[in-house]
Design a binder for this molecule. Structure first.
Ligand code: GAL
Length: 413
């Protein structure tokens, strides 16, 4: 597989190079994210391309997608955009995305990508985006020195995580770094569901949307545990971005963060690769489970032949090992291209690569709910809203929240 991917890339580099201008929309604006996207810009410019950055701040991309919809409605879409998961298929159904099957076929994408990546990026059997990285969402990041100094150990289950609150709070340390953002709260809830109720319940509730699971006693118990975590969050919880939360763990104001491995991009950019003071572990109870989030770039259907050529050239670049290795090293993800050497990656990335292979074998590779891989964007929006209101409403009971979850998810299906 590796030789084939290198053969493909050497063929790719013979692709005719043209000085072309592309406008690309993305939300990679944190330190680590910007560091990663700079790799794409640098390689694109080295090919004689011009890059117009259409960056929209806001972790998780909700703001970016709102801005992109307005651009598309005005019939002035960019050349390309960071669109992923189910959102991608919703755009594809509108006929707004370029069918990339011609490129994919002559560059043998089917042989170079894992099956779950192929299926996530295909609409009616046609590729509608270029995959560049695979993030693992269900990670626990922790400040090693802090744990050592306080004689504590990182939690391997949710009881142990909650039991850390008293000693950490007594030491003036925030146990759980997180911002009051529905997207961040959904990542926390997803790790809790997988860790406490397991992959089978997660599949039935959040992939199959089985109504009797959505307000089951199991769900009520999960929501009760979720609400209890409110006592572990920062004082300055409202408006805290995911990367500000990561910074709290780095500087020791907080002990832990449940976040995808784009958090590692912040560490890399700050010169703190894993294995130094910040450690990575599967989220509590999540050992053996890999919740995936595939980052991809879609190309809009444009009439201008020069833009079409630029799109093809950008897709070629994104699908080379020469791009995907440095990009993912900086982004905190692992390459979407299968079989690339992982020796040049940090210990957490190598752990993610091994965990992905094992999860694929065991059937424990799951699409991330929080990252729009498991359900439609409408269902995700409904879930995030219910969770966010519940987490912040001291009077709402877990039973009430479970009924709201069921109603909202079934209505949004
Ligand atoms: C995700 C995206 C990641 C990461 C994160 C934080 O949706 O797929 O690449 O950047 O948002 O903004």
């Amino acid at each position: 597989m590796r030789r084939l991917s290198l053969l493909c890339c050497s063929l790719l580099l013979s692709y005719p190079l043209q000085a072309t201008q592309v406008e690309v929309m993305h939300w990679w604006t944190s330190g680590g994210e910007a560091n990663a996207v700079a790799e794409i810009k640098q390689q694109w410019r080295a090919q004689g391309g011009q890059w117009q950055d259409f960056a929209v701040t806001g972790g998780g991309g909700k703001s970016a997608m709102a801005v992109l919809r307005s651009r598309a409605l005005a019939a002035t879409p960019p050349t390309a955009a960071q669109i992923k998961g189910s959102e991608l298929l919703e755009w594809a159904r509108l006929g707004l995305l370029r069918d990339l099957n011609d490129l994919a076929q002559n560059q043998r994408w089917d042989l170079r990508l894992p099956g779950f990546v192929r299926s996530t990026l295909s609409h009616q059997g046609h590729y509608v985006a270029v995959p560049i990285g695979i993030h693992r969402v269900n990670w626990l990041w922790f400040n090693r020195d802090l744990f050592t100094r306080l004689g504590l150990v990182p939690p391997r289950n949710w009881d142990a995580l909650q039991a850390l609150a008293p000693p950490l709070l007594a030491a003036g340390i925030t146990p759980l770094a997180i911002g009051n953002d529905p997207w961040q709260l959904t990542i926390l809830f997803e790790a809790l569901v997988l860790g406490e109720a397991g992959h089978d319940f997660y599949r039935r509730a959040f992939i199959n949307l089985e109504a009797d699971q959505l307000d089951s006693p199991t769900m009520v118990a999960l929501l009760q545990r979720f609400k209890a975590l409110r006592a572990l969050v920062p004082q300055r919880f409202a408006g805290l971005s995911w990367n500000q939360a990561t910074a709290m763990v780095v500087d020791g104001r907080a002990a832990m963060q449940l976040m995808g491995d784009w958090a590692k991009g912040e560490l890399t950019q700050a010169g703190l690769p894993p294995g130094s003071n910040i450690g990575c572990l599967p989220a509590p109870g999540n050992d053996g489970i890999f919740s995936y989030n595939i980052d991809s770039i879609a190309m809009f259907s444009l009439r201008d032949p020069a833009q079409q050529a630029a799109q093809a050239q950008l897709a070629n670049l994104l699908m080379t090992p020469e791009l995907q290795i440095p990009f993912n090293q900086k982004k905190g993800s692992i390459p979407a291209l299968a079989g690339l050497p992982m020796e040049q990656f940090d210990s957490c990335a190598r752990q993610a690569s091994q965990a992905l292979a094992q999860a694929q074998q065991d059937g424990h590779l799951l699409p991330s709910l929080a990252e729009g891989m498991a359900t439609s964007s409408y269902v995700l929006q409904a879930v995030s809203d219910v969770l966010s209101h519940f987490f912040n409403d001291p009077n709402q009971t877990a039973e009430q929240a479970s009924h709201r979850l069921r109603r909202a998810m079934l209505a949004a299906r």
